[in-house]
Design a protein around this ligand. Structure first.
Ligand SMILES: *[C@@H]1O[C@H](CO)[C@@H](O)[C@H](O)[C@H]1NC(C)=O
Ligand SMILES: *[C@@H]1O[C@H](CO)[C@@H](O)[C@H](O)[C@H]1NC(C)=O
Ligand SMILES: *[C@@H]1O[C@H](CO)[C@@H](O)[C@H](O)[C@H]1NC(C)=O
Length: 497
């Protein structure tokens, strides 16, 4: 999804005429912020196994009927699911389609004219594009909201606050606790991990003697909530880090790599270039439990050792307990630097990190089971993609809810009212961004990171609370958001909130 960081209408809060806020939404900064520059093109194309969203040919999905689906209703009787986010409708061509899922069928559409229809059972949102000031209002009691958000937490911090995530009844996020988890979305398969080491340790040592650094850093998006540069800058004092991207650049990218702007998939020249390094700094742009991307899986695939920061519980998904180096296990960049040096000088110790390439060494039952049981595929046309998978999950859930409600209305004594279902912070809940190194109290007031991310996080909370208030008061105009936020601030100032 393209960069959409924007200045939203300035909301001046005249609290006694003194306080004035300028509202800047940084809500949507994917990692590839400057699409025209070569390195970013690499980031988008060559660096990433394609996600189902980027590369999927939706036209190629033939009619499919789940094995348990005996739904013979005609289209006019089916519940409707409305995709609210303009850019995302996983069907082609046209703006409406019948879907026949595992146990039931629905009509799906991106046509907003059905928003207030009685038959419209659920509205599906794409997290990165979700804006409180564009929400479908009034929110009707019979309609559920479903959230699809596989991207970075930094793209929309509204979803990381209780009042934001609780607006949704169903979720598909990177967190294992979400209803339709996408945790391993960047890991195509077990075979991808078991691929033989690309550059042998002998060859890596030879390259080291020629002056290649032990550690690779390649990043072009520098101002991110995880503040990774600040950490790397400190680490560079203790170990040689070769940095080719825009961030902390200290080496030119070879000309033959700059030329891959149109490449897709994992471009071979690039892959061979990075595979020569013993260690890859694998630092996510945002920190959140279970947020793991290709930055982590690619070095494992190539037989390089990821030095990782992102999900604090990343160890839960590693091939074994000795395959990644976790930054947060070290008290300081100095301690990490010294440890990497030690491994660099001890082949036997380094080799232990690659032992998982032997199939019997992938011992993590959680990883094995998740790959075995997930119903969607990555780059695998024989399996549904997770976008259509989630749509079907919502369809089946809604049909089950509707029939339980009908049964209850018919015979309230014999049947239970269906339980309501709501997401909570365990479905997203990413923490307040903190500096990549050091203490927030010690940062100068004009520090670039400080001026962006903590504010973005708290302003997102204001938006979430504002939207909650709009819904509670049955407003139909979402642009009243700013007024509701102001009212909340005023009543808070008066000690009433
Ligand atoms: C959906 O979530 C809302 C809260 O955001 C809740 O009020 C409503 O009862 C839920 N609906 C169902 C059907 O669970
Ligand atoms: C949050 O949601 C999860 C899973 O949907 C559920 O198991 C858990 O009980 C919920 N937690 C709270 C505090 O409601
Ligand atoms: C909420 O607003 C809608 C349309 O503006 C109206 O049809 C509906 O009756 C209202 N509901 C309540 C509970 O006030």
């Amino acid at each position: 999804m393209a960069g959409r960081g924007r200045l939203v209408p300035c909301a001046c809060l005249g609290l006694f005429g003194v306080l004035c806020w300028v509202w800047v939404s940084f809500a949507s900064f994917p990692d590839d912020q400057h699409p025209l520059e070569a390195l970013d093109a690499l980031e988008r194309g060559a660096f990433q196994p394609q996600s189902a969203l980027l590369g999927m040919e939706f036209a190629s999905i033939g009619p499919y009927r789940g094995p348990g689906n005996k739904d013979r209703r005609n289209n006019k009787e089916l519940p409707i699911l409305l995709w609210w986010s303009g850019g995302l409708f996983p069907h082609f061509p046209g703006d409406s389609e019948r879907i026949d899922c595992a146990t039931s069928s629905c009509l799906v559409t991106s046509n907003r004219k059905v928003q207030l229809y009685k038959r419209t059972a659920s509205i599906i949102f794409y997290g990165t594009d979700f804006r409180a000031y564009e929400a479908p209002l009034p929110r009707l009691r019979h309609q559920t909201w479903a959230l699809f958000h596989e991207e970075s937490p930094m793209n929309n911090y509204i979803l990381s606050h209780g009042p934001g995530i609780r607006l949704f009844n169903y979720t598909a996020t990177f967190r294992r606790e979400s209803d339709y988890p996408l945790t391993l979305q960047w890991l195509p398969s077990l075979d991808y991990l078991l691929e033989p080491v690309v550059v042998s340790l002998e060859e890596k040592n030879r390259l080291r003697r020629e002056g290649l650094g032990p550690v690779l850093y390649m990043q072009s998006h520098c101002d991110v909530p995880s503040d990774r540069n600040r950490y790397v800058q400190e680490l560079m004092k203790y170990i040689q880090v070769d940095s080719y991207g825009k961030c902390l650049n200290n080496k030119p990218l070879p000309a033959h790599l700059e030329d891959t702007a149109t490449a897709t998939g994992e471009e071979a020249n690039f892959m061979n270039f990075v595979a020569r390094y013993k260690f890859h700094l694998a630092l996510e742009n945002g920190l959140c439990p279970d947020y793991m991307t290709e930055k982590l899986w690619r070095p494992l695939h190539q037989g390089c050792v990821p030095v990782y920061r992102g999900s604090a519980v990343v160890a839960d998904w590693m091939p074994n307990d000795h395959s990644a180096i976790i930054v947060d296990n070290f008290p300081s960049p100095k301690a990490l630097g010294e440890f990497l040096k030690h491994l660099d000088e001890n082949d036997g110790e380094y080799a232990k990190y690659i032992e998982f390439k032997n199939p019997s060494r992938i011992t993590n039952p959680r990883l094995l089971e998740a790959l075995e049981t997930r119903e969607w595929g990555v780059n695998d046309m024989s399996k549904p993609n997770y976008l259509n998978g989630f749509e079907c999950y919502v369809c089946d859930q809604e049909n089950a809810r509707l029939s339980a409600e009908r049964a209850f209305r018919k015979a309230p004594k014999k049947n239970q009212q269906p339980q309501s279902k709501m997401a909570n912070n365990s479905h997203m809940g990413c923490p307040l961004p903190s500096p990549g190194y050091g203490n927030v109290k010690d940062l100068p007031a004009d520090d670039g990171w400080l001026q962006i991310w903590p504010q973005d996080y708290w302003q997102s909370l204001d938006q979430a609370e504002g939207l909650e208030s709009l819904i509670r008061q049955n407003e139909s105009d979402p642009s009243l958001l700013w007024k509701h936020i102001q009212n909340i601030a005023v009543s808070r100032a008066r000690g009433k909130h």
